[in-house]
Design a protein around this ligand. Sequence first.
Ligand code: PLP
Length: 863
Amino acid sequence: MKAVRRFTVRAGLPAPLAELRTLATNLRWSWHPPTQDLFAGIDPELAERVNGDPARILAEVPAARLEELAGDESFLARTRAISDDLRRYLSAPRWYQRRQDELARRGDDPDQLPAAIAYFSMEFGVTEALPNYSGGLGVLAGDHLKSASDLGVPMIGVGLFYRAGYFRQAVSPDGWQVEHYPVLDPSGLPLDLLVDQAGRPVLIEVAMPGNRLLRAQVWTAQIGRVPLLLLDSDVPDNDDDLRGVTDRLYGGDAGHRIRQEILAGVGGVRAVRHYCAHAGHPEPEVFHMNEGHAGFLGLERIRELIETRQLDFDQALCCVRAGTVFTTHTPVPAGIDRFPVDLLQHYFHDGRLLPGVDLRRVLALGAEANPGLFNMAHMGLRLAQRANGVSALHGQVSRDMFAGLWPGFDTTEVPIAAVTNGVHGPTWTAQEIGKLLGESEVPGGDNGVGLTELRPITDALLWELRCGLRERLIGEVRRRLRASWLQRGASELELRWTDSVFDPDVLTIGFARRVPTYKRMTLMLRDPERLRALLLDAQRPIQLVVAGKSHPADENGKALIQHMVRFADDPEVRHRIVFLPDYDMSMARFLYWGSDVWLNNPMRPLEACGTSGMKSALNGGLNVSIRDGWWDEYFDGENGWAIPTADGVADPARRDDLEAAALYDLIGNQVAPLFYERRADGVPARWMAMVRHTLASLGPKVQASRMVREYVDSCYVPAAAGVAAASADGFGGARDLAEYRARVAANWSRVRVSDCELDVAESTAPVMGDVVRVSANVELAGLQPSDVDVQVVLGRVGDTDELADVVAVSLAPSTNAGEQGALVYRGSLALPHAGSLGYTVRVLPRHAQLATAAELGRVVFAE
Ligand SMILES: *Cc1c(COP(=O)(O)O)cnc(C)c1O
């Protein structure tokens, strides 16, 4: 197929309407209903056709209509009011600024809060008008920036601009996924080109093998207060093959992907430097990698420090680690981004990409069990002093999965924390529900205070509201289903039936997400007869709307979609189950608003968090989900249902059988009966009690503003303090830490602990709570007592030598030297448990700039 190149001619706006340009360009419109309404009012039909995208409305509205509006006093007054509101939103102090003031008032240093944070991600889902995402990871990144904006957190987003985005999905007549790659025209999107003082486009350069350069221009999108920089290699100065580096998201082979990641990471840092210089934006102190893809950003920052601050690699690494936060998103080992080591050699060996950075050091950062592979997640963990998973359960799974990087430590001590994802309320909440939650009181989102309580509203009114949202979804289902059938080759005449699919009174269940195997899109089809019976039940039927894209290279995922489409094509059930092609943000919103139940049945624990169920909950949808990701943490027995899992069953087919059967039982015996249990006035009172409880209790917890505040407090602030410590006194801190690490590395293998004794003072049969004394001989080799922490570790023992429920207490060196230069360490502790206990003594590194004792992955136990 021929790829058509598009270009856009901007309409000249009459002078009185000039402010519309700013309102259309700042993507705050995407979560600000008054701005959306203003643009829709310009030309309602056009607005409907272009999904409310203000840039397209301005580009396509007839000039005569603009002239008319230019003389319409009431329209001009509304435009002015909304412009003023945007200006206030962009300039008034918000949560972050109030925190700074508060610190200053208390006499604390307001500079504890970083001056800026750079947030790197391979995808950003801000709005469907900027289709630069594939799924949850990108939408999360978009929500992160939006909430940062609402909270006033000074963030800069960094990623790539893909000419063809991810892809548009259709289905063939026999149900196979068909991909289209319409080419986007950035000049028609809400983007500005980054230019220098002379008005020339800034070109970022990164070296490629064979003495070539990869150049990229930089588009900036404005997400409220937060700029988003998107690098675009499609510039005439590039060789043809290099122009295509940013052609598609997640398309192409490993070579293509590594070029994208080099551009995003190395080029991304260079773009940030240009942006800060030109826009007068403070330089980021903290760099946050959303997944490992942008990990090369750490190498570029090491290069900068080596070149401009005359640090060596180790000193620079100490500095970079202090200021880096890494968030891992996949508990699926196969989902981790790895490259053949040869490929790294190919791109890095001539030294032009990162002058002064030793290739061997680079390779060591990504080393993993397989010596032929370079592991981007391992590099992320080695480049970041702070790392986290995205739900409590995923934190635990990640600590297990990456425990090998911290040998000798119990998985509970592996330094990977958890920050549970959240979703941007103002983006995902239907306007009507948002009002109930008090959103409208605080312009531009919840401003970090958390949504207030559910306003008083009767069950009947709340139910009416939910029914309205369900009806809106059904309208969308019919429209999209019809379009899909037309696209599959049906004629208008045969499609009258699509006007009556779905029933506004029937329990509506939504299932939409990407289609990797672990998400099990077709679990509900495991026993087709049972599903059929639920759909067609005479008293208590259900209806199901299903959507999702499969990665274009994933034939297995496409087979799942085909299975689903073929089931839904059956004339007997097609009025109760539909597959809607081309799941994206514009479809998603209708599903989250209107589904009574949001279904999620991943293979536990492979769903890191899952966020679609949070968006449904924000609108009063009840989750029916496997206890995985966020649901494991937030399910409370009254905000939805947990599908029982058969984790222990090794055979996946049998596990699917068991879990599918549990799902049918749950829906047939609990969910549907509750939905159809009505009061005299037709309201399902017990159902509404669960809806209320969901809105009131989950509403505040699932917010991205809660998530971003957690990142600020637990990651960005400590990281900024670490950077300050490392760079103090002309980088004396980094030099000191690097010297310490070298000393530990040189001497650690000779550190020994021996002759541990635990002395039960009074009696031979100690009682819980008795104080015991512990001593041990420690040879510190070349290290000083101040370099280490010597601890007694005591806990329960079972049949193995593993300790559980441990307490660790530091011992102090006595002045009496033991044998051969060893120091005697002593201390005491109260026995914490009754029963069978065990203990050992261990030596850990200690340094003020380490975030945890496990950080260096070094520990010596008593012999
Ligand atoms: C929220 C969202 C997702 C992520 O959903 P999960 O439940 O995490 O799979 C994917 N796609 C779109 C369009 C979304 O809005």
